[in-house]
Design a protein around this ligand. Structure first.
Ligand code: SAH
Length: 331
């Protein structure tokens, strides 16, 4: 246990500013003033799991389910490429009925038609599926460990185990995927010590991307009555990840905006260097509810405002909001 680091997670005021400026220097050393733009499309909200924190869980009958087709996805992928986005991220529930042949086709088509860097966040699929997706042209796979405490993990993700998720993450890395992992900050019963252990595990695994989001209670989930995660602990976690992990990509996620209007700006100040912009078609947005009914949607317009306010640079600043973009993604 590292008491000094654990106490830094609770920093506020001047101590927090000093921590952020140390982290920001590391960020600048590797990435200058650039923010790396990612576009996310939430391709399916079907899920076979019942994670206690997530609104997409199988037993949530209040959610209208959808699964996107290749043409619809491609239309959004081209839109992203046209607006200076560099990476496309496809996210979904653990939807194993989304056939691997279909996913393979989607990944191949994106690669051929846009040459975007492809990130997948599709849950714990079979190892052979991971191999197929890598061979089809996918570059990075996101599998967050969510919590380092195996007992808590088993409670909040009843159908899965920490060991199996970690094993799949290692498998993804071994076969040649860039990998991303991280934690939800503020799950009931989580400790600060485990978060520091988590940073060191990410270091050991050699992840290319590390991500944390504060816990946001979802109305239709068993954890609905719990308090949201502490935003300052989540921000301090970003700063410590930046200092300890050095040159990894760290996103400033929309959950920060849900807790505080300045939340995502503060995440940049704490050392984040990636912004995920939502390119899901408007009609799907209200159905993809991992967090809360009042989602904070980082559309292109909001993203531009955020970057301008952060005084950082980003390739999306050159793009024009076209009529078609306005029709499909501006909420
Ligand atoms: N089914 C996939 C993708 C889930 S959504 C998977 O399990 O990997 C992507 C991420 O959203 C999750 O990994 C989790 O870290 C985060 N998430 C889900 N519900 C959340 C909540 N209520 N608060 C904060 N983060 C949440």
């Amino acid at each position: 246990m590292n008491t000094t680091l654990t106490s830094k997670l609770a920093f506020l005021g001047n101590q927090q500013e000093t921590l952020f400026s140390e982290a920001f220097k590391v960020r600048q050393k590797y990435f200058g003033t650039e923010v790396y733009p990612r576009g996310v499309i939430e391709i399916s909200n079907h899920c076979l799991l019942n994670c206690h924190y997530c609104g997409m869980r199988k037993n949530n009958s209040n959610l209208k389910r959808y699964r996107m087709q290749v043409d619809e996805i491609m239309s959004q992928a081209h839109l992203m490429a046209d607006h200076g986005v560099k990476s496309i991220m496809l996210q979904s529930g653990d939807d194993y009925q989304f056939q691997i042949s279909e996913l393979k086709n989607i990944v191949k088509t994106i690669k051929t038609e846009t040459n975007l860097h492809i990130i997948l966040c599709l849950g714990e699929r079979k190892k052979t599926d991971f191999e197929t997706l890598l061979l089809s042209g996918a570059n990075m796979y996101i599998l967050k460990l969510e919590t380092m405490n195996p007992k808590l993990f088993a409670e909040v993700r009843p159908e899965t185990t920490f060991e199996r998720r970690l094993d799949k993450l290692k498998f993804l890395k071994n076969i040649g995927f860039e990998v991303s992992s991280g934690f939800i900050i503020g799950l009931p019963g989580q400790t600060l010590d485990e978060l520091i252990d988590g940073i060191y595990l990410l270091k050991e695994l050699g992840v290319e991307n590390a991500s944390v989001s504060p816990f946001i209670p979802n109305q239709d989930s068993p954890l609905n009555n719990y308090e949201p995660g502490n935003i300052n602990i989540a921000l301090n976690m970003i700063a410590l990840m930046r200092i300890i992990l050095g040159k990894v990509n760290i996103p400033s996620v929309s959950a920060f905006s849900m807790l505080n209007d300045e939340g995502q700006l503060r995440a940049f100040e704490a050392g984040a260097n990636v912004l995920t912009i939502n390119f899901s078609p408007l009609k799907n947005l209200e159905k993809y509810l991992i967090y809360d009914k009042k989602r904070a949607i980082v559309n292109l317009e909001y993203a531009k405002m955020l970057i301008k306010n952060s005084k950082l640079d980003c390739s999306i600043l050159q793009s024009k909001i076209t009529e078609r973009l306005a029709q499909t993604t501006i909420a």
